[in-house]
Design a protein around this ligand. Sequence first.
Ligand code: SF4
Ligand code: SF4
Length: 351
Amino acid sequence: MATKSLKKRESDLANSNRQLDILSNGIFKNGELPTFKDKISETGQFPLKAKKLEILQINVGYMCNQVCDHCHVDAGPDRKEIMTRDTMRECLEVIKNTGAHTLDLTGGAPEMNPDFRWFVEEAAKAGIKDFIVRSNLTIIRANKKYYDLPEFFKKHNVHVVSSMPHWTRGKTDKQRGDGVFDKSIRALQDLNAIGYGMPSSDLRLDLVYNPSGAFLPGDQASMEKDFKKALKEDFDIDFHNLFAITNLPIARFLDYLIASENYEDYMYSLVEAYNPSAVENVMCTNTLSVSWDGYLFDCDFNQMLNLPVNSKAKHISEYNEELLEGRNIVISQHCYGCTAGAGSSCQGVVA
Ligand code: SF4
Ligand code: SF4
């Protein structure tokens, strides 16, 4: 049966408070496992503090053409939360004035926002060094109106970062839906055809891998080699880097963990793989996440758990670098997903 969003299913877990209850109680309440706060306190790393802003990540809406099993956004075609042009204008003011070197547009499928192209055109004028759009690839082949997206990305020198859970059809379609693999391959070929991902090209194309079950990702460098070899041999596809991302126990992945009775084992494996050196570089220390309605969060995960920044500046219209720098990061047990093994962020490993 096709996956539906938690919201569409009217699941308890569509409520972020319910997710936070689960993460705060049970094995973390009875002392079986240390809370994230206690764990980072052992090495004197509590409270986690925000450093200088380097990456501004903007979520332009939760609507998506896919409904992947493990989506931390709980995105899908039924999600109607979409950033308006007015909020985009407020974001543009910050983009023009911030010293951040990276702008990262995400969703849902960001391309489904009706003002997406306008926003990209305007944001590209700010000349930020690295302008990322997180594209799920299939959107490029979903409808004729999106077929020219590769050219549009090229025109604005966008860095394309795309999910690709595996180089085989079976594993990809199992996690992301029937037909996703074939459409993704076609989209990658379209991107390669205009120069994206080619070895000496400045048109950056990176892929994101996340595990298909209740286990941690393997070594990023060796997985990148395997992906490159398989995609080249089977489909003549090139790409630059592979980011291996750990699934955080929130939203549909949390639902999957509970339904498959893997929640406690997964939390044990995250805590066992805790790596204090990954804590220093977790992405919330240099990133700010903006929601579709303009509110500020330490990261996209905190956005989905509705844990706003601990600052007087709570909305993009109130953005103030001095107020936000040095803020205490809001944490809970989902943060163990960022510090397991080599660590995990939207840019892959951190340690
Ligand atoms: S493509 Fe991305 S945003 Fe859309 S459902 Fe899948 S994981 Fe979620
Ligand atoms: S989940 Fe967010 S707040 Fe927690 S460590 Fe990761 S990036 Fe930081």
